[in-house]
Design a protein around this ligand. Sequence first.
Ligand SMILES: [Fe+2]
Length: 247
Amino acid sequence: MRYLIVSDMHGNSDAFEAVLRRVRRKRFDGVLMLGDMVGYGAGPNQVVDAVRELSERVYSVRGNHDKVVSGIESGDNFNSSALVAARWTTQRLTASNLRYVRDLPRGPISIDADLAICHGSPLDEDTYVFSAFEAFEIFSAHRVPVTFFGHTHVPSLFAQRDENVRVALLRGGEGSLVLDPETRYLLNPGSIGQPRDRDPRASFMTYDSEARLVRWFRVEYPIARAQRRILKAGLPRALADRLALGM
Ligand SMILES: [Fe+2]
C-alpha cells in the first residue's frame, strides 16, 4: 500500500494546498492524517474541506488543537496566542467541519498489523516525543514495527534494533530510507502548516509498505499569503511571524 502522510496542517490552507499540488500526479491507497488539522492558521475550513474531499481513504487521529477547537478540552494549558487562535477557529468552522474535527478518533490507530498512527506518543496522544529516552520507553511498551506520529512539528526518525535507539533529525530537505524489517521505527513527517525546525517549507512524508520505503519532502508555499490571511483575520501577529522563521 502507498500512503501519503500529513500532519499538523494547523489551518494553513496555503501550505496544505501546495502539498496536495506536489503529490497530485501520484497514486496513493490511503492518507494518514496525524492530527492538528486546525489551530493557528486562518484557513481552517479550507483545510478540513480539502481533507474531506480527498479521493483516497483517510485514516485520522485527533491532535491537541483539534480537541480544544471542538470543545473536547478547555485549552487551559495553551499559550495565549494558541488559545486566541483556537477560539477564533471554533467560531469560524462550519457546523459540519466542527463536527468532523470533534469526531476525529483518539490515537493510536492501527492501519494494519505492522503500521500505526498517533498524534503525540502511541502511549499518550498529548505527549511530545523529542528524545531517544522517550522513544525507548515507547518501544518497550508499543510493539508495532512502524508508527507515524506528529505533534512536535520536527521531521524526525527513531529506530530501535536490539537495545539501541538511533535518532535522526530529517533536516535539510528531501530524502528516503528503506526500513529494515528487523528494526522498529517511530517516524515524524514534520508539520505542513507550522514547521518548527527552522525550515519554513511545508513538510510531509510518503510510505510504500510493500517496498518499506519512506520518503520525506519539503515544499515551498506562499508564506506571505498565509501571513496576510492571519493578520486580516485579526489573529496574533506572532502566529504570522513564526511562519517565515520555521519555528
Ligand atoms: Fe501541532
